[in-house]
Design a protein around this ligand. Structure first.
Ligand SMILES: [Fe+2]
Ligand SMILES: [Fe+2]
Length: 341
């Protein structure tokens, strides 16, 4: 069974066996649910061919496809700066980073496909404006320092969010996240280094770095999603071992990391209310504008239409590649049939 093929996930319960064949649908469902419940209780993994509740499948499909879309749309603000990078070295690093994001999108579309939806359908939903992606990518990248702030804050928030997802109960998602997280660490470091260099440069460069941090700080904090009391799906996702920590918990950890690192950068966070609460042992921050978050998510952010239009254009421009690949694949299949005959 697919569920047996695991690394570092001990004590996988035995999946329902073929002995079930011939039993009624109701019995199969009951066995499947019992198996699923055991996997959850043992904090083990569900694999694509295992039985899973329809709502679990739907939640994962939504989360993984949104995640894939975010990686692909997230290439745009940075790709916009590749031709304007200040040196050959910076250009090479930024290109590698943007290519990594394309790769993340591809792993995640593949993981989502194992849940039964085609990549074509997911892409159609994205370019039709029906699918969501992370609101952060609807903000503009105005200066070179934004490449630093995006790497440091946005990829930094992504790491906080995604490291726990390496243990997600759905096997293909968890495994995709392991590789993605390794690459995100490089992304954050390259962003940090851009800011460090600017911060130690001329007063105007330091100001540019501070301005970028000021603009990206709040949207990065909002990447963790709405506050816990306004996040209705979180509880179920945690019960299904998809999500391991609440939105507010992750946000608080992220603030704590940034407080330390911003000192090394010689910059400041644009939030006078950041403090460590000795009673709760958690980092706290100032209020965030959740109306703005909802507006951006609803498609009314500064760059929503531009991002979707660019994606549509790229999809149209790539039609010949998809046709050529499909035609080549069909030829290979025909050749194999001829050999077999
Ligand atoms: Fe990524
Ligand atoms: Fe990244």
């Amino acid at each position: 069974m697919a569920a047996q093929n695991l690394q570092s996930v001990p004590d996988q319960p035995a999946a329902p066996q073929e002995a079930n064949a011939g039993q009624g649908q109701g019995q199969l469902e009951a066995d499947g649910q019992a198996y699923f419940d055991r996997v959850m209780a043992d904090d083990s993994r569900i694999e694509p061919k295992d039985w899973m509740p329809a709502a679990y499948r739907k939640t994962l499909l939504r989360q993984i496809s949104q995640h894939a879309h975010s990686e692909i749309i997230g290439m745009q603000p940075e790709a916009n700066w590749i031709s304007r990078a200040p040196s050959l070295k910076r250009k090479a690093i930024l290109m590698a980073k943007v290519q990594d994001e394309a790769g993340h999108g591809l792993y995640l579309y593949s993981a989502a496909e194992t849940l039964g939806q085609s990549r074509d359908q997911m892409m159609d939903d994205l370019i039709a404006g029906k699918a969501r992606y992370s609101s952060i990518f609807n903000y503009p990248a105005l200066t070179w320092a934004d490449m630093g702030a995006i790497g440091w804050l946005v990829d930094g928030a992504a790491i906080c969010n995604q490291v726990p997802l390496c243990r997600a109960s759905y096997g293909p998602y968890g495994r995709a996240m392991v590789r993605i997280c390794k690459e995100e660490s490089f992304h954050q470091r390259q962003g940090f280094e851009i800011l460090l260099e600017l911060s130690n440069g001329t007063p105007a460069q330091k100001q540019m770095a501070q301005d970028a941090v000021n603009r990206w700080y709040a949207p990065a904090l909002m990447m963790f999603g709405p506050p816990d009391d306004d996040s209705p799906n979180s509880k179920q996702s945690m019960a299904w071992n998809i999500k391991r920590f609440s939105n507010d918990e992750l946000r608080s950890r992220f603030v704590g990391m940034m407080v330390e690192q911003v000192r090394v950068l010689g910059l400041t966070l644009p939030d006078s209310e950041v403090r460590f609460n000795e009673d709760t042992r958690k980092w706290e921050h100032g209020p965030l504008d959740w109306n703005e978050f909802k507006e951006v998510l609803a498609g009314r952010g500064p760059c929503n239409s531009q991002r979707l239009e660019r994606r549509r254009q790229a999809h149209d421009d790539g039609a010949w590649v998809r046709e050529a690949a499909a035609s080549y694949a069909a030829k290979q299949v025909n050749k194999q049939k001829e050999y077999a005959a």
